[in-house]
Write a new protein. Structure first.
Length: 191
């Protein structure tokens, strides 16, 4: 019962912050937020939100809201993607290592299933698996936890998955910032 109350509280706080953020945008435009923060602080804040957002599915929307705000506010989309991508990679790395340790402590029945899945994946070319992981991280709006936990459970090579996480998260951040930046200009939404 306590877990249910905690989940409801977490969800309520998230919804409250989202509503608060929407009301802020009714009265303050993103350019003035960036002007108050300053460019360097904007990149630092996005990095920190990336670290927090990468470690949890529930906090990831705050990262994307900040990325959108800072991009519309005029910050460099490539630097935003780099700062945010580095931050999210740190958070995702924590999740990956949780998956690794969970795989070691899993019940025997679950370990047998993992071994079967691992054998199926080993039959596929490594470049294909790596391309699919990178594509998932870099080009889909789905949570990275799905792939990081899976790769951790399947004991994918640490160096490879961390490299793919970094490249995919930077790609995702840059694409998101560029889409917002050019989308705003294309549709002439800027004030």
């Amino acid at each position: 019962m306590k877990k249910k109350k905690k989940n409801i509280l977490t969800f309520s706080i998230f919804i409250g912050l989202l509503i608060f953020w929407i009301f802020i945008f009714l009265y303050i435009n993103p350019q003035s937020i960036v002007a108050r923060l300053g460019a360097t602080s904007g990149y630092t804040i996005l990095f920190l939100l990336g670290v927090i957002g990468g470690a949890s599915t529930f906090t990831a929307p705050s990262y994307f809201i900040a990325l959108t705000t800072l991009s519309v506010g005029g910050l460099n989309p490539f630097l935003l993607g780099l700062a945010g991508g580095l931050g999210i990679t740190i958070g995702d790395t924590v999740i990956f290592f949780i998956g690794l340790s969970a795989g070691r402590k899993a019940p025997e029945k679950f370990k047998n299933r993992l071994e079967k899945m691992e054998k199926r994946i080993e039959k596929k070319p490594k470049w294909l698996i790596n391309l699919l992981v990178y594509s998932y991280i870099g080009f889909t709006p789905l949570p990275n936890e799905i792939i990081t936990i899976s790769m951790g459970l399947l004991r994918h090579k640490k160096r490879t998955i961390l490299t793919l996480l970094l490249l995919g998260n930077i790609t995702s951040g840059i694409l998101g910032a560029l889409l917002v930046h050019y989308g705003i200009n294309f549709f002439n939404f800027s004030n």
